[in-house]
Design a protein around this ligand. Structure first.
Ligand code: MF3
Ligand code: CO
Length: 248
């Protein structure tokens, strides 16, 4: 079932998303060469709890950290730890905030210093995929219009679009219906209505679309070990516009 949010619920989700946007904004300044992913995770935990909110991923299906931090060939769900960031790395930081039971979810991919131009392009095109997906999420359109918008930009650039993971409804829980794949698939294809809150999240690979799971039970990597980028926003659909709740 897809829940349409009331104005009161939207206010709660908006407040949650504001904290998350503030954290992502701080991360753009904080994340630097020489930091470990564990240090970044601690920064995120402190920011969220200082704002009287709860890290939504921590403990979710026994996930052991605040952030998912995925470096280079890691696609998503990288567990923060001792890995030290170095010049030329790309690092995807995915975070969820639970404020009084209202959930928001957003990710960005940061470049440490400067990276290979081909990799920098992957990061910016993935961000473009997200923007196109958001643009396609207007009232009256269908979920597949989001999928098509994301996929066409990635595909045009020759990138691999991850099939096994997708975007989702969000707001009263971390993951709600509908699923929002980043490619057009058959199956249910709901119409987009005012009151929907959606997390759109392209996961785009420089090479093959295929992925592998690491023995830690969480980390997803590209099958060819080439880099991958991930951007995500939580949005609210209104009658005549789209509100990017986690914009920063
Ligand atoms: N990052 C995922 C999403 O955007 C959720 C992470 S699940 C967790 O939907 F268990 F890793 F937290
Ligand atoms: Co998400």
């Amino acid at each position: 079932m897809i829940t349409l949010k009331s104005e009161k619920q939207l206010e709660g989700i908006r407040a949650s998303a504001k904290i998350l946007a503030g954290l992502h904004n701080q991360l753009t300044l904080y994340v630097k060469e020489g930091l470990t992913t564990g240090q970044i995770d601690a920064f995120c935990y402190n920011y969220i709890t200082d704002n009287n909110a709860v890290p939504a991923f921590l403990g979710y299906m026994d996930y052991p950290a605040t952030a998912c931090i995925s470096v280079n060939e890691e696609v998503i769900h990288g567990i923060p730890g001792k890995r030290v960031l170095k010049e030329g790395d790309i690092v995807s930081i995915d975070l969820g905030v639970n404020l009084n039971g209202y959930f928001s979810d957003a990710a960005q991919t940061l470049i440490i210093g400067s990276a290979d131009p081909e990799i920098e392009k992957l990061v910016s095109v993935t961000k473009e995929c997200l923007a196109a997906g958001i643009q396609a999420a207007g009232t009256g359109k269908r979920i597949s219009d989001i999928s098509r918008a994301v996929f066409s930009i990635a595909d045009k650039n020759g990138y691999g679009v991850v099939r096994e993971y997708c975007g989702h409804g969000v707001g009263l829980a971390l993951h709600e219906e509908p699923q929002i794949s980043n490619y057009v698939s058959s199956g249910s294809n709901p119409r987009i209505r005012p009151g929907m809150v959606l997390a759109i999240e392209p996961m785009i690979n420089l090479g093959t679309k295929n992925i592998l799971h690491m023995p830690d039970g969480w980390t997803v990597i590209t099958a060819d070990r080439k880099p991958s980028a991930h951007w995500e926003h939580s949005i609210a659909v209104h009658k005549d516009h789209i509100e990017v709740l986690t914009a920063f």
